[in-house]
Design a protein around this ligand. Structure first.
Ligand code: ADP
Length: 375
């Protein structure tokens, strides 16, 4: 049995707010799965239902082969790490780590010496053994975060749950802690379910990511698979930074297959599709480039601003009629000069065609070997 199985899970809050609907997800033993989506999409509610902190309105939740919809949080064999750490301020790190075990010492059949040993081992594994006699207020943000993780670790639970655990840290520390969590996961081979609104964090941490929107799962997959083959415009726009460029227009017949005609004028290569008519062309910032005005038939753009970050950089482009900005990402040394007028060209495969309406189902990608037909 997989450690966690969500079947058609749903949540309606008292007062009628529907937060989560029809979530199906199976987390494999030892897997690191990240729930990701914009604020309000229902990811925390989903995690809190797994933790037992929120009643389940619909569907089934299993931990192992046990149905736990109505099982109390403390009896679910899960441990949760919160965004605000939730450390006891008046207890030392040592007591913060041992507290949960001490409270249940008899049930767990542990001696005081067992607990002390577990605390020492856990502290060493997180590199906080030198901090055991400090109070939380005497720790840095990163150290507090480690203690919070340690508190989950000592309990040796079947499943670890994380609710935005890194969002209170500064950018640099966040990236460091991200790598530490990844290493920790590899070492423990523990089952982890993690919530974040940060798509980069989701991509870097997860074996698989679950992209949510409006209470529903949009796509589940390995990060690079979701990046390369987003199921719809929402996922395409959410995953990747800078965000995918979207251009409204229509698919028309060309001499050698379909062409995309942006509303602002010009023509671009189009993924293979049998669709004709209104559509949206999505282009990764790395997938677009430029040619001189005198060549090609792409829409005309003006290079509005150029930003360089060491080896790479972004060029912000304004389309001919000033309607929309696009962004190109490339090697800093190859970026065009600000103020230049050029034509947009497609460089590589990160180009997708989406339906114009609704969530914008993906119709095809340049990466698809032979495209695929809708339906
Ligand atoms: P996320 O974690 O993705 O930001 P949440 O799961 O916290 O989203 O919230 C999903 C939706 O449920 C939102 O519309 C939110 O306003 C609503 N919601 C969250 N908690 C409550 C609550 N206790 N009572 C009523 N509505 C809630």
């Amino acid at each position: 049995m997989p450690p966690i199985t969500l079947t058609n899970l749903g949540k309606v809050y008292p007062g009628g707010v529907r937060a989560v609907e029809g979530v199906d997800l199976s987390v494999a033993d030892g897997e690191f799965v990240v729930l990701v989506g914009p604020s309000g999409c229902g990811k925390s509610t989903t995690l809190r239902m797994v933790a037992g902190l929120e009643d389940i309105s619909e569907g089934e939740l299993r931990i192992g082969d046990r149905l736990v919809n109505d099982v109390a949080a403390r009896d679910r064999d899960v441990a949760m790490v919160f965004q605000n750490y939730a450390l006891y301020p008046h207890l030392t790190v040592r007591r913060n780590l041992s507290f949960g075990l001490e409270r249940r010492r008899r049930t767990l059949g542990l001696s005081k010496a067992d607990i002390a040993a577990k605390v020492e081992t856990t502290a060493r594994s997180l590199g906080i053994e030198g901090l055991l006699d400090r109070l939380p207020k005497q720790l840095s943000g990163g150290q507090r975060q480690r203690v919070a993780v340690g508190r989950a670790l000592v309990r040796d639970p079947a499943v670890f749950l994380f609710d935005e655990p890194l969002s209170n840290l500064d950018a640099r520390l966040r990236v460091e802690m991200r790598a530490e969590l990844r290493v920790l996961h590899r070492r423990l081979r523990a089952t982890m379910l993690y919530v974040t609104h940060d798509q980069e964090e989701a991509m870097s941490l997860g074996d698989r990511m679950v992209v949510m929107h409006d209470g529903r799962v949009q796509q589940i997959g390995a990060p690079m698979e979701v990046y390369a083959r987003p199921v719809n415009r929402f996922v395409a726009g959410f995953v990747g930074s800078p965000a995918m460029n979207m251009l409204d227009g229509e698919v028309v017949d060309g001499v050698r297959g379909p062409r995309f005609r942006p509303r602002v004028g010009g023509e671009l290569d189009c993924p293979r599709t049998s669709h004709r008519g209104p559509a949206v062309l999505g282009m990764r910032p790395e997938a677009i480039g430029f040619v001189p005005l005198s060549s090609g038939d792409g829409p005309e753009v003006e290079i509005e601003a150029v930003e360089r970050y060491g080896d790479r950089g972004d060029a912000w482009l304004r389309l001919g009629n000033g309607e929309r900005r696009l962004v190109h990402r490339g090697a800093a040394s190859d970026l065009p000069a600000e103020g230049l007028r050029v034509r947009l060209a497609i460089l590589d495969e990160g180009v997708h065609l989406f339906e114009a309406g609704g969530l914008g189902r993906r119709l095809g990608s340049l990466a698809d070997e032979d495209g695929f037909e809708e339906g």
